[in-house]
Design a protein around this ligand. Sequence first.
Ligand SMILES: [Zn+2]
Ligand SMILES: [Zn+2]
Length: 276
Amino acid sequence: MLRVGVHVSISGGIYRSFDRAKELDCNCFQIFSHSPRSWKFNLPGNDDSEIFVEKSNKMDIEPLVIHGSYLVNLATPKEGLRERSIESTQKEIELSNEVGIDYVNIHPGAHTGIGEKQGLNNVVSSINEIQGLDNTELLIENTSGSGTKVGYTFEQIEELIERVDADIGVTLDTCHAYTAGYDLATKEGLEKTIENIEETVGIDKIKLIHLNDSKNPLNSTKDHHEHIGLGEIGVSGMERIINHPKLREIPFILETPVDETRGDKENIEVVKKIRN
Ligand SMILES: [Zn+2]
Ligand SMILES: [Zn+2]
C-alpha cells in the first residue's frame, strides 16, 4: 500500500496537521513541533494534545513524524550547543510519546573541525543521553555531506546504529543521497545504492523515505530540493524509487518546494500517477 505525505504546518494547533494532511490526500505526514530555527519550545496544551490523539485514532494517517530543529547539532564539540541539542531532541521525544507520534527525525549534525570520527562519537554519546526511545523511534536522516556534516554515507549511519544503546532507525532522503554521490537517477545506481544499504544499515532499518528531487547534480553535496521529477533524479528515477520492490512499502514524505510551478497537492498527484 502506498503511504505518501508531505510536511504540514501545525499553525493554529498541532491537531490541525491532520486536516491539512487530509486536504492534500496524504495518509502520513511530518511536522515541526515548533519553529525549527528557534530554541523556543511551546508544548501544545492538554486540549490540543487530546484532539490530536482523537484524530489520530480516528483517521488512517500514519506514520506521524516530527522533524527536529535545524539548530540541533548532536555532533558538535561545543558543550553548550550539545546540551541544548540533547534537550531539544528530548522534548521532541517526550511530546511524541505523549501524543503517539511514531518517529522523530534528526540530522546527525556537523563536527565543525574536530573530524568525522570525533563527530560521530559525539552523536553516539548525545543520543545515549536521550530517554524514552522505546515508544517513539529516533530516525537518523542521511545528509548531503556539505561542510562538516556527518552521516552522508550509510557506513557512517551504520556505525551510529550499532553504537547507540537504543534501537534507532534511518530516514533515506533521496535528494541528500543523490548529492552525496549515490546515483539514484539511474537504474544501476539505484540497485547499487540498495545493495550498499543492505550491506550496511539494512533495508529494514529504513523506516521513512524523504522523497525529494534535487536541484543540484550528483556529488555536489548541495541540499536544494526540487519538485518530483523536475530535478536531476528525474521522472524515471523517481518512478523507479517509488515502485522498487524493496522500497515501495516504506512511507514516503515529500519535502518539495511550494512555488509557482507546483504546490504539495500537485507533487502528491505526480507520485500517485507514477506509482504502479
Ligand atoms: Zn529530508
Ligand atoms: Zn534536505
